[in-house]
Write a protein that binds this ligand. Structure first.
Ligand code: GDP
Length: 460
């Protein structure tokens, strides 16, 4: 074990709920827990691991604070691999804090840092770094796909894939080193072909993982969707219509600023993060100008831009500007107000030359929304991503390391093709091993470890 000191924290959210859990982990976990517990005719120290016990948390004077259930998980079969005690108390934020304060007054225990329980699971070798990061992703999952991909990463799928590639390359290094040591008996002549094969397949495997990152990011963060259009085309009405349909489940409102309105919406399995300029409040003359400028800004960073036009009116100069904004973006054109007499239609060349995704809708009566949902699902083809079989990278750190590894694999390949001395090839190979080892945490600095775990929430 790396850590001697015992840590404690509230492991559940700090709101009033049914049950809350206080977790203690470390050498003194049982002793500390026993000093605040009153169980029926027994102490935790005497009971078997992986058992649950009923009792009370009591203060220094023996006063009952709460009625609790206590779980004991002895080393090494616990979350952290240390002795772990979990106290399930009544879920009031105040009760919970009182119990934690009581625990923290005891000798040999301190409050856990954010992510410290998971960090110990990593440092004690129960999980690798990619699995630890998956724990955090899992907590923050906002959609079915995000949850599934985190769970599969938690089971070590990224680690397995990376290790497979790493092992093959490691064998190559061993072979090269042996041949350099004993050139008389071990020949490098035949090895070159094998090595090139290994390298080529590594590039392809790593490339696949890297390409999956974009899908992974969409899964994890949702599709950043900008809704743009000049004033009065029906942006707010469209947003409301979408939020109001049964298929669109509004999850939360993360950041509604003065200028934009943001909503998270889940349509089936697709998760959209909608950003709308509807919140602009300026004087009438200014609003158009600001609207276009803001539209440009939000469209820039979006994965998908939904541009709305009023189909009952001829296009204006501002509409054309909006069309220019979406020229090189993944976009959908919505011709709103389909319930009125139409001036614009789907086959209009002015739209068609920009995008093939043109739909007529009515934010007023909901016409066309189902078609829109189907289109979005198709465009992001999330249906085709098989979370179980594809290794999906959702973490930017992993993606950057994979990109670096690919560069080094390519360099190694080139050195072989150009018949460079074998010890130069070995240098690149060692770099590849380091890049890959950084993902799983086999080779990783303390700074990186601390940075990763500091992003965790308290008690995890
Ligand atoms: P925004 O400025 O783009 O957010 O536009 P609003 O959503 O505020 O809509 C402007 C006006 O158009 C309002 O009076 C809406 O009731 C009306 N409107 C929006 N969508 C439709 C629609 O599909 N059909 C009709 N007939 N009117 C609509």
């Amino acid at each position: 074990m790396f850590y001697e000191d015992t840590i404690a924290a509230i492991a559940t959210a700090s709101v009033n709920g049914g049950v809350s859990i206080i977790r203690i982990s470390g050498e003194n976990a049982v002793k500390v827990a026993d000093s605040c517990l009153k169980l029926k005719n027994k102490t935790l120290a005497e009971v078997k691991s992986h058992t649950i016990h009923y009792g009370y948390v009591v203060d220094e004077e023996g006063q009952k604070i709460d009625e609790v259930l206590v779980l004991l998980m002895r080393t090494p079969n616990s979350y952290t691999r240390e002795d772990v005690v979990e106290i399930q108390c009544h879920g009031g934020a105040f009760v919970c804090q009182t119990i934690l304060d009581l625990i923290l007054k005891k000798e040999g225990v301190r409050i856990a840092e954010p992510g410290e329980f998971t960090k110990r699971a990593f440092l004690n070798g129960r999980i690798d770094l990619s699995q630890a990061e998956a724990v955090m992703d899992l907590i923050e999952s906002k959609s079915k796909y995000a949850l599934e991909s985190s769970v599969s990463q938690l089971s070590g799928i990224v680690k397995q894939k990376i290790q497979k590639i790493r092992n093959i390359i490691m064998d190559d290094v061993a072979y090269i080193e042996a041949a350099l040591d004993d050139p008389e008996h071990i020949s490098l002549d035949l090895f070159e072909k094998d090595f090139l094969n290994h390298i080529t397949s590594s590039i392809s495997e790593l490339g696949k993982m890297k390409n999956n990152y974009d899908n992974g990011r969409l899964i994890y963060e949702g599709i950043q969707t900008a809704i743009i259009g000049k004033p009065n085309v029906g942006k707010s009405s469209f947003l409301n219509a979408m939020l109001g349909t049964e298929r669109a489940i509004v999850t939360n409102v993360p950041g509604t600023t003065r200028d934009t309105l943001e909503e998270n919406v889940r349509i089936g399995d697709v998760f959209l993060h909608l950003i709308d300029t509807a919140g602009i409040h300026e004087t009438e003359d200014e609003v158009e100008k600001i609207g276009i400028k803001k539209s440009k800004e939000i469209a820039n960073d979006a994965d998908l831009v939904i541009a709305i036009f009023d189909s009952s009116k001829e296009l204006t100069k501002e509409d054309i500007e909006i069309l220019n904004i979406i020229k090189n973006k993944k976009s959908i054109v919505l011709l709103n107000k389909a319930d009125l007499n139409s001036v614009l239609n789907e086959n209009d060349e002015r739209f068609k030359k920009i995008t093939e995704n043109v739909l007529k809708i009515s934010a007023l009566n909901g016409e066309g929304l189902e078609k829109l949902y189907a289109l979005i699902s198709k465009m992001f083809s999330l249906e085709e991503i098989n979370v179980d079989n594809d290794v999906i990278i959702t973490n930017l750190r992993h993606k950057n390391l994979i990109s670096k590894a690919i560069e080094n694999v390519k360099k190694a390949k080139k050195t072989v093709e150009e018949n460079m001395p074998i010890d130069i090839i070995a240098i690149f190979i060692k770099d590849i091993l380091e890049d890959l080892g950084n993902i799983t945490g086999e080779i990783v600095t303390d700074d990186i470890i601390n940075e990763i775990f500091s992003k965790f929430c308290l008690g995890k």
